[in-house]
Ligand binder design. Structure first.
Ligand code: DQA
Length: 147
């Protein structure tokens, strides 16, 4: 299986930004964790981060051709972007949404996600380990589709 892990704006600042909320690990650490999980699952990993909505949209469009599963932390675009939602719908691949922090116990504007109702599920509040849980859940879903 080919897994695309996508990260939205400011996640390149992981480890520096609001460490009490997001921890001390960096986005490079997240990539190492995802690569290890992909190897364990026998899957291929593509890992991408952008601060630009349009760049994320274009990478999601490409996933129609080059991915079987999308794991996405849309970051702030979670709460604002109809464009990312529409791109995910157009990609026609299973999506697992992940957030490092628990968005449901933060400010009310973070409680709504434009992605959650089109996702298989949402992993929130479990730190960067959540990326591995999201990958595993997505692969379990794909395996159950072919079984
Ligand atoms: C986040 C939560 C979002 O509300 C926030 O804008 C982020 C990170 C998380 O991983 O907890 O940038 O997606």
């Amino acid at each position: 299986w080919r897994i695309l892990v996508l990260n939205g704006p400011n996640l390149n600042m992981l480890g520096k930004r609001e460490a009490s909320l997001y921890g001390h690990e960096t986005l490079a650490d997240v990539e190492v964790l995802c690569a290890a999980k992909a190897a364990q699952l026998g899957a291929q990993l593509a890992f991408y981060q952008s601060n630009y909505e349009g760049a994320l949209v274009e990478r999601i469009q490409q996933a129609r051709e080059d991915a079987d599963l999308i794991v996405i932390n849309p970051a702030a675009y979670t709460h604002t972007s109809v464009a990312i939602r529409d791109a995910l719908l157009a990609a026609e691949k299973p999506v697992v949404e992940i957030h490092i922090s628990n968005i449901h116990k933060r400010e009310p504007f973070r409680h709504h996600s434009y992605v959650s109702d089109i996702a298989l599920g949402q992993v929130v509040g479990l730190g960067i380990r959540g990326y591995a849980y999201a990958m595993e859940a997505g692969i379990t879903h794909l395996e159950s589709q072919v079984a």
